[in-house]
Design a binder for this molecule. Sequence first.
Ligand SMILES: Nc1ncnc2c1ncn2[C@@H]1O[C@H](COP(=O)(O)OP(=O)(O)OP(=O)(O)O)[C@@H](O)[C@H]1O
Length: 245
Amino acid sequence: MLTIQNLHKAYHSQNVLDQVSLELPQGQVLAVLGRSGCGKTTLLKTAAGLLQPDAGSIKWAGESMDLVPPREREMVYLFQEPLLFPHLSVFENIAYGLRVRKVKEAEVQQKVEHLLQELELQEHAQKKPSQLSGGQRQRVAFGRAIIFLPRVLLLDEPFASLDAQTRATMQKLFLRLARKYNITALFVTHDVKEALLTGDRFAYMAAGKIKIYTSREAFIEDPATGVRDELAFWNSIDQKITPLP
Ligand SMILES: Nc1ncnc2c1ncn2[C@@H]1O[C@H](COP(=O)(O)OP(=O)(O)OP(=O)(O)O)[C@@H](O)[C@H]1O
């Protein structure tokens, strides 16, 4: 269980995280919907240990992570734009987390090859990141993040820069692997449909405050989230599309 309690962070006089608290059981995905600038990235970076909060605490299985450095926290932050080592192949980018943990070569080969298959990247294993498409690069970054099964995956609008079709493929891939590997994730997005698709649980963030919902229905029904209005809009578009004769 990930437990975040009363996290607070301010820049000058602006409260960017305002008493943020949440609980996330292992193997669940919390979709956090929020408009640009609401503090989503600050929340994820603070959870990963990349930013220090002014107050509050982060725990995993009851153990405080507050003094644990980012590398040992095993809460991996996945950037909007995939950050890959440009000089390493796809294989070595994915293997990186195992190499720094001094995992034996045979196990590295077996694990990376298996994940390359899952990510449908086998034929690109020896390419460098510059030789890949945006969607392929994002898949490599995802593989690199999950290869050692971190405690928590922190996803920051991971598919925002992809075209609609690639984005839909990536969302399905994420869901399949999240189920298969029992991934615990905070998935932040400004996209209503993406939040509904990826989340087991739902939250809405605005001006540094987070609201956690007890059910999908409560999330949809709350007028503050704008989810119902957006779903109504898409339904009205669907009804306007008349089938071809
Ligand atoms: N280093 C900083 N110094 C001052 N203000 C900052 C700093 N980092 C973030 N902020 C401010 O904090 C607020 C929240 O930023 P954050 O990056 O968390 O937003 P976000 O919800 O992730 O937005 P987006 O979806 O646009 O990435 C913004 O108003 C931003 O200007």
